[in-house]
Ligand binder design. Structure first.
Ligand code: F6R
Length: 363
């Protein structure tokens, strides 16, 4: 049932090209987002004054990417919180509030409670989930499904990729309604090409990331850093590593290093830098220099042919050049593979990490 793969996690990472195709199927028409399931909430989107995103764990990281996307392309200011905090916050919610709830399983207790509060106060809930008929799907105003198929590995992999794809479509849809920007067409266009990019790179990258993992699997700590769209990627990379390899990993906005965390770094504490070739790259490079000054080894994930980054880091993983918001998507399989190989080299079963359940149905 693992289709020749040693673990479900690896099998599911290799399903990502197909999962992306399914997430996008029928949802792009003439270069625009096509989501008939959202029609009922069009008036609410048009009048919305507050937009909140609510999710936990990996789904929260996907939500962070959407937040930035909506700010960049829909001209909306978006709040986001993990559901366990959101449900106990006294935030103003009324009929002009839209909440986007992201949950792979659709059964996460905190996310459901957050959604219930929004409904009681008259807000509109857009659910993004993988499970048809899940509680979240039933209790929300509209549902956009991931269509990713069941995910067996406890750590979310293919569903994260699929969440990002679906959230870009939702982001583009909202942008069309609020404040159409030309760049959206280009992003949608590149999004359509993403399954082919994944297909073309996964196998060879898997080999090189295994080699990289062999250099790093014995460290006890890792610090992931990124800025802008790179920050959610840093958070997700660190979460994957800690949950299956049990290596302590933290993630920081690269600009925060000098406000404290840099004190931790030395030759035993490597850095994983997220370096998309965007407007913030120069800033990330100067943060990398600061970590090098502490003797930390640095692995970077950057754009193909980026010599500037190549010169200052110990190892690098290269991804194709894409528009800024799509870097989190194009980078995610490689962060997943890095965590996967490190976990296996350390003798862990990545499909069944200790202390974790696939869906967290209690508070
Ligand atoms: C991490 C992981 C968890 C889930 C979180 C939310 O790999 O799988 O962090 O993302 O428990 O679950 P859902 O998306 O089902 O609400």
């Amino acid at each position: 049932e693992k289709g020749g793969f040693p673990h479900f996690m690896l099998k599911e990472i290799f399903e990502e090209p197909e999962v992306l195709r399914n997430a996008l199927a029928g949802r792009i028409k003439n270069g625009r987002a096509n989501l008939p399931e959202m029609e009922n909430v069009v008036p609410a989107i048009k009048r919305a004054r507050n937009v909140h995103i609510v999710a936990c764990g990996t789904s929260f990281h996907a939500g962070l990417v959407l937040k930035r996307f909506l700010e960049d392309y829909a001209g909306l200011t978006v709040e986001i919180d993990v559901a366990s905090e959101f449900r106990y916050r006294n935030i103003h919610i009324d009929e002009n509030t839209i909440v986007i709830a992201v949950s792979q399983s659709g059964e996460t207790a905190d996310t459901l409670e957050g959604v219930r509060r929004v409904k009681v106060k008259g807000g509109t809930v857009i659910a993004v989930t993988n499970v048809v008929g899940s509680t979240l799907a039933r209790e929300s105003d509209v549902v956009v499904y991931l269509n990713a198929g069941p995910e067996i590995g406890v750590a979310a992999t293919k569903t994260y990729v699929s969440q990002l794809a679906v959230l870009f479509i939702i982001g583009a849809y909202i942008s069309h309604l609020r404040n159409e920007k030309d760049e959206i067409r280009q992003i949608i266009n590149e999004l359509e090409g993403m399954p082919t990019i994944f297909e073309g790179t996964l196998s060879t990258m898997n080999e090189s990331i295994l080699q990289l993992a062999k250099e790093y699997y014995q460290y006890r700590h890792f610090m992931y850093i990124g800025r802008g769209y790179g920050y959610p990627t840093a958070l997700e990379g660190a979460l994957k590593l800690k949950e299956i390899s049990y290596i302590h990993a933290s993630a920081y906005q690269a600009g925060e290093l000098k406000h404290g965390p840099i004190a931790l770094l030395d030759r035993e504490f490597p850095v994983f830098a997220i370096v998309p070739d965007d407007a913030l790259k120069a800033k990330v490079l100067s943060n990398i220099m600061e970590t090098r000054a502490r003797d930390a080894k640095v692995v970077a994930i950057c754009t193909e042919g980026d010599q500037e980054t190549g010169r200052i880091v110990n190892s690098r993983i290269e991804v194709p050049r894409v528009s800024d918001p799509l870097y989190p998507l194009v980078m995610s399989p490689y962060l997943q593979l890095f965590a996967y190989h490190i976990a296996v080299l350390r003798g862990n079963d990545p499909d069944k990490p200790r202390n974790l359940a696939k869906s967290v149905t209690v508070e």
